[in-house]
Design a binder for this molecule. Sequence first.
Ligand SMILES: *[C@@H]1O[C@H](CO)[C@@H](O)[C@H](O)[C@H]1NC(C)=O
Ligand SMILES: *[C@@H]1O[C@H](CO)[C@@H](O)[C@H](O)[C@H]1NC(C)=O
Ligand SMILES: *[C@@H]1O[C@H](CO)[C@@H](O)[C@H](O)[C@H]1NC(C)=O
Ligand SMILES: *[C@@H]1O[C@H](CO)[C@@H](O)[C@H](O)[C@H]1NC(C)=O
Length: 229
Amino acid sequence: MLFLLLPLLTALFPGGDSEGGFEEPLSYYLIQTSSFHNHSWKHLGSGWLGKLETHRWNSSSGTIIFLYPWSRGNFSNNELMDLERFFHTYFINHQGFYISQLMFKDSFDLQVTLGCELHSGKAFVGFLQIAIQGFEFMSFQNETFLPSPKGGEKAQKACLLLNLSPAFKHTIHRLISDICPRFTLGLLDAGKTYLQRQAPHRSLGLILLAVIVALGLLTGLGFWLRKHW
Ligand SMILES: *[C@@H]1O[C@H](CO)[C@@H](O)[C@H](O)[C@H]1NC(C)=O
Ligand SMILES: *[C@@H]1O[C@H](CO)[C@@H](O)[C@H](O)[C@H]1NC(C)=O
Ligand SMILES: *[C@@H]1O[C@H](CO)[C@@H](O)[C@H](O)[C@H]1NC(C)=O
Ligand SMILES: *[C@@H]1O[C@H](CO)[C@@H](O)[C@H](O)[C@H]1NC(C)=O
């Protein structure tokens, strides 16, 4: 499957991370921005295929908003409902975690980035990073939560507590290392017509650039010829 999609990947994400390209490698990730102010929470959640937003989280209904007809990728309704249930429970539980267990006081902002990224066009690498007030707080590596030095004692406590739960660690690991890569490839395949229609704009930009450079050279040559002849 990856083999079949590689030409598309190359067209959409030229350069990747291997040849010092300026484009980002192929990735799918979720961004959660939550703020706790005045004793109440506000949550925003979105899903991104590279730079394209494909999903949002409806926090009042606890459901996924699919921004494109192909945003379901190749996942069945059951698998998508399982994910919705997981995120719904997560959004409820993590509020208590930060307030009652870590004793965060009013008010703070939390950002969670979770997803997977294709490295060197070969294998997906999963990641999870959590920042508080814009500073790295903790991350998830090798199936373990790791406190960031900037996170202080609270980050150490958070990791200590989370690492006590093998089930939660296993779920996160599965999410970023198995579900995310499968979902990303399915999404890329389901959305390929749409994505291919977007890709030519980039080539058009390059052609335009080539034309401008050529015109510039010709103008320069014109001036040079007028001076020297
Ligand atoms: C905080 O909430 C209280 C009661 O809900 C309200 O009266 C007050 O205006 C709120 N303050 C701010 C800064 O939003
Ligand atoms: C989110 O869910 C609520 C409650 O079910 C619904 O009224 C609202 O239209 C939904 N918002 C979006 C953007 O789908
Ligand atoms: C990952 O964890 C396993 C088992 O806990 C350990 O043997 C391995 O060395 C770790 N790998 C890295 C890269 O930290
Ligand atoms: C979706 O497509 C991916 C990539 O081809 C594949 O690995 C996966 O098994 C497919 N189905 C599901 C339900 O993930």
